[in-house]
Design a protein around this ligand. Structure first.
Ligand SMILES: C[S@@+](CC[C@H](N)C(=O)[O-])C[C@H]1O[C@@H](n2cnc3c(N)ncnc32)[C@H](O)[C@@H]1O
Length: 280
């Protein structure tokens, strides 16, 4: 096992920061051999055979090509829960956990109806259902691949979420159901920001989950706000994750649709969320 660990460290040296490589070591050993972090730190490691070393080598090769570790292992954690991920489905991000945490803290113990638009892996919808068990949670996406993974993630986490396929950019009514809360982390990175992005995101994650045209950065917020009139109950609430560059204009957009809107910063002090209450 020590040979495997040394091999990972040596092969990734110079390609990733030391801290990231150490986190790969933990994740790979945990995934392949079910060895926990404590055992690794205490050097209480079981022996490995040549077949095991070949599996480690396969993962290392893919990491050298900057494939995200979550796709390589096919799994990740979100808000303490396990999620399967694969190419075609966005890897859940830490910022989105903050969004979920805000909603959980506001509605814990409540009986309400929530809609998650652009559900991807299902991370937001499933975490909300898990931690607000009395809520009825619906979730939608335009991607069939995403919905398949989201459904299997709901089974994995033992929760019931009502998933349905729809395109938020179409005018037609998505559902006749009405909700107390709509949450969405829609695509919000502009094409011109591509140059600033890492290879592991650009080459491996689905562009349909990430990007909006430079000339229409608020495309999805606009579409959701248009639909929201029909989807939200009176006094309904919207929660958006946003591009840090567009806090004020998303807030303004919400106001123009008759919402009282507030920008919320993420843990790094960046404008990251907008919450908006319907007032007329
Ligand atoms: C930024 S990802 C968010 C995924 C997940 N909610 C999360 O937070 O990890 C945006 C999601 O919106 C979906 N999407 C893109 N265009 C859409 C559309 N026109 N209608 C509905 N969903 C759409 C993508 O397939 C993707 O899953």
């Amino acid at each position: 096992m020590q040979r495997a660990i040394d091999h990972i460290r040596k092969s990734l040296k110079g390609l990733y920061e030391k801290r990231e490589t150490e986190s790969f070591v933990f994740l790979i050993l945990e995934h392949l051999f079910r060895v926990d972090r404590k055992a690794i730190i205490l050097n209480e490691l079981p022996p490995v055979n040549d077949g095991d070393l070949a599996k480690v080598e396969n993962i290392v090769m893919r990491l050298k090509n900057f494939e995200p570790i979550q796709y390589i292992l096919g799994e990740t954690a979100f808000y303490t829960l396990p999620f399967d991920v694969k190419p075609g489905v966005l890897i859940p991000r830490n910022e989105t956990e903050e969004l979920v945490d805000r909603i959980v803290k506001t509605y814990k113990g409540s009986n309400l109806k929530i809609l998650d638009i652009g559900t991807g892996s299902g991370c937001i919808a499933i975490a909300l259902k898990k931690f607000i068990p009395d809520a009825e949670v619906w979730a939608t996406d335009v991607s069939k691949t995403a919905l398949e993974i989201a459904e299997s993630n709901a089974r994995k986490n033992n929760v019931k979420v009502c998933f349905f396929l729809s395109d938020i950019l179409l005018q037609k009514e998505m559902t006749t159901a009405r909700f107390n809360v709509i949450v969405s982390n829609p695509p919000y990175i502009t094409e011109k920001e591509k140059g600033l992005m890492e290879k592991n995101v650009l080459e491996f994650e689905p562009h349909g989950a990430l990007f909006v045209p430079d000339e229409d950065p608020l495309l999805f917020y606009n579409a959701i706000l248009k639909h929201s009139t029909g989807l939200l109950n009176e006094n309904g609430q919207l929660y958006f994750e946003i591009n840090e560059a567009y806090g004020e204009i998303v807030q303004e957009l919400c106001r123009s649709f008759g919402y009282k809107a507030q920008i919320v910063k993420d843990i790094n002090g960046k404008d990251r969320f907008v919450s908006a209450k319907r007032i007329r």
